[in-house]
Design a protein around this ligand. Structure first.
Ligand code: AMP
Ligand code: MN
Ligand code: MN
Length: 351
């Protein structure tokens, strides 16, 4: 499945917020809630989901499960998150919960084998910030102007009367800081810093959290990065002259350095530092002829258009898709899409 053309341009209405609050409030005392987030969850997916789950627990909801599509592995940087005890593997997720809440997924295609949980008899509530969100919930809280899904989650918790505690705050802080690139991207508005201030006021320690989430990786991953960065290619003529820099990592690279696939998520950051290229790309092998592709732009290119054209989705300045074939075939398809001149500018970079 591919993600649809951008479907949502404005944030939730008061009616949407009221419907979401009502969906939570009308849960029976023994009501069962299933929280889901997108496959290969990042900090925003996990942080929003677990932070909201902890908030529901404070509201007195007892039966809460959190899950994401297989593989059920939580990346090492997020293994210190509060609320991890809510997690169950997808196969163990309640088949018919009273309420399903979905975090940071623009379409059901990002929910893999959990997509059927949204179609059950219970209410489906969607919290997200992708402009490409297809509106697949019964109630959709989708704010394309939000820097992270955690911004939407914090607002809903506030409307439910849940006070922030350190556990909730740490989850939402990880979500907010990962999706804003540690408060560096243009989506980092005054409101984002105000939210960060509310989170920090609970006593959480940003230094410890950042070290765990951003600044810690196994030595094997450091060596792997060296190798993969060493084979990066710069193509100044690509992307209508704005430049493309790209590299790739194979399953064999991971095996040789004894590393798990999620360590490669951080690889786009050193690649996108390349001053000579507007577009950066990392092609990560996930199967014999299958690759997870990360695309970033500094502003001149709408990489979400490229990703959507190739079966994926994302934001204007941060997008991705699943590529099939050889690395060269995948990169050639990207080159071809990047050769299409795109209109307009903009300032959106979120994960
Ligand atoms: P990533 O490069 O994996 O950090 O992803 C950047 C953004 O692209 C994410 O926030 C998602 O919105 C989107 N994205 C990545 N992979 C896919 C995919 N296979 N399908 C749809 N959207 C994707
Ligand atoms: Mn995400
Ligand atoms: Mn996000």
């Amino acid at each position: 499945m591919t993600e649809a053309e951008p479907a949502i341009v404005t944030g939730p209405t008061d009616d949407d917020w009221d419907a979401a609050v009502a969906a939570v409030r009308r849960l029976p005392p023994d009501g069962r809630v299933l929280l889901v987030c997108h496959v290969n969850p990042d900090g925003d997916a996990l942080g929003s989901m677990l932070g909201f789950g902890l908030g529901l627990r404070r509201l007195g909801v007892r039966q809460i499960q959190a899950t994401f599509p297989d593989p059920p592995e939580v990346p090492e940087p997020f293994r210190g998150l509060p609320g991890l005890e809510l997690l169950v593997p997808a196969a163990a997720a309640d088949p018919a919960p009273d309420l399903v809440i979905c975090f940071d997924a623009a379409s059901v295609s990002r929910l893999g084998e959990l997509a059927d949980r949204l179609a059950g008899p219970g209410t489906a509530l969607v919290l997200d910030h992708h402009a490409s969100n297809t509106g697949f919930g019964d109630v959709n809280l989708v704010d394309p102007a939000a820097a992270a899904t955690s911004v939407v989650a914090e607002e809903l918790l506030a409307r439910l009367g849940v006070a922030l505690d350190a556990g909730i705050a740490e989850c939402l802080y990880v979500a907010l800081s990962t999706d804003t690139g540690s408060f560096r991207f243009d989506a980092t508005t005054p409101a984002v810093h105000e939210m960060a201030a509310r989170l920090l006021a609970t006593g959480i320690r940003p230094g410890d959290i950042s070290r765990r989430v951003f600044d810690s990786r196994p030595f094997g991953a450091v060596r792997l990065f060296g190798e993969v960065l060493g084979r990066a290619r710069l193509e100044p003529e690509a992307a209508t002259g704005h430049g493309l820099v790209w590299t790739y990592a194979t399953l064999d690279d991971l095996a040789r350095h004894e590393q798990r696939p999620y360590v490669l998520e951080a690889l786009i950051d050193p690649v996108r530092c390349t001053a000579e290229a507007d577009v950066s790309c990392v092609v990560k092998q996930t199967g014999p002829r299958e690759w997870a592709v990360s695309l970033r732009s500094k502003g001149a290119t709408d990489v979400s258009r490229v990703a959507v054209a190739l079966g994926g989705g994302g934001h204007r300045l941060a997008a991705g898709f699943t590529g099939r074939g050889t690395v060269d075939e995948v990169v050639e398809r990207i080159r071809v899409e990047l050769a299409v001149p795109a209109p307009g500018g903009g300032a959106d970079r979120r994960g």
